[in-house]
Design a protein around this ligand. Structure first.
Ligand code: NAD
Length: 268
């Protein structure tokens, strides 16, 4: 039987990709999508919104129109996510949260909802990126303390922050595994190198150019060999497909607070 899914925030950049991913997923049935009050996308066919042709379901500002869903997927804003959590708790629905930017207190608050309903909090829903974190942990454990551990990332010219959150998480995973201190960071950029370069430092290099969606490489290098582990995202569909995977997994889960590592079975 297909899992009935609704998309919260379906007119956004991610929302449109989520509609397409849901429609194309063999085990998922898309039963609705919400837009915010006063949106210019009220009562628009979901398929037309996503540019894939009519599917006979319309956007709505009313969460009550999504009662047929078993799992809701939220890529909206911090404020909206908390409204959605309260609604899901009231109606006993599972929720996948892709929205980012929660502070520690807010994460604790979201965690508390896990006592009543199944919740996945996934700031990066790409399957490849979550697998990359695991591969880095396994590699760092096996390879021991190689002298040079460097992380390279590239993104489009509009991205303002550097290094990316994903690059920093990669560094954190390696640092935690090797017992290094991630405050020892060197960043290579147009302004030269900032930070001290010594044996314990993890180096970060960034490129901002054109329309690169996102590339990350970890280099484990010593004299005589080097290992490079790379992830490349080429479209937002990677995040949408990962969210579908989370929704499908969550439909079989008990109440609880989960992350993508749980979804992918990497915490087992
Ligand atoms: P966006 O601004 O294009 O889309 C957000 C949409 O949410 C907008 O259309 C807005 O109208 C809608 N919205 C806000 N409040 C709403 C409400 N109460 N009900 C219904 N819709 C509402 O942004 P985006 O690029 O699609 O990103 C959305 C969020 O997802 C951001 O927090 C972003 O950082 C995050 N994101 C996460 C991942 C991931 O892998 N988890 C990937 C990309 C983006």
């Amino acid at each position: 039987m297909k899992v009935k899914v609704a998309i919260l925030g379906c007119s956004g950049r991610m929302g449109r990709n989520l509609i397409q991913a849901a429609v194309e997923h063999q085990s998922i049935e898309l039963v609705g999508g919400s837009v915010r009050a006063n949106s210019s996308f009220v009562n628009v066919d979901l398929g037309e919104l996503a540019g894939i042709g009519k599917i006979g379901q319309q956007t709505s500002t009313e969460l009550e129109s999504l009662l047929a869903a078993d799992v809701l997927i939220d890529f909206t804003s911090i404020e909206a996510t908390f409204e959605h959590l309260a609604w899901c708790k009231k109606h006993n629905k599972a929720l996948v949260i892709g929205t980012t930017g929660f502070n520690e207190q807010q994460i604790t608050d979201i965690q508390a909802y896990g006592e009543s309903i199944p919740v996945v909090l996934a700031p990066n829903t790409s399957v490849g990126v979550n697998l990359l974190f695991k591969l880095l942990e396994v590699t760092a454990k096996a390879i021991g303390d190689y002298t040079d551990i460097e992380i390279f990332e590239a993104h489009h010219r509009f991205k303002k922050d550097a290094p990316s959150g994903t690059a920093m998480k990669m560094g954190q995973v390696i640092a935690d595994t090797l017992g290094r201190d991630l405050t020892k960071v060197a960043v290579y950029g147009r302004e030269g190198i900032t930070g001290e370069r010594d044996k314990d430092t993890i180096g970060f290099a960034t490129v901002r150019a054109g329309d690169i969606v996102g590339e990350h490489t970890a280099f484990f290098a010593d004299l005589g060999e080097r290992l490079e582990i790379t992830h490349k995202a080429t479209s937002r569909m990677t995040f949408a497909l990962g969210a579908m995977r989370a929704a499908f997994w969550l439909s079989n889960a008990d109440s609880g607070f989960y992350d993508m590592q749980d979804v992918l079975g990497l915490n087992d």
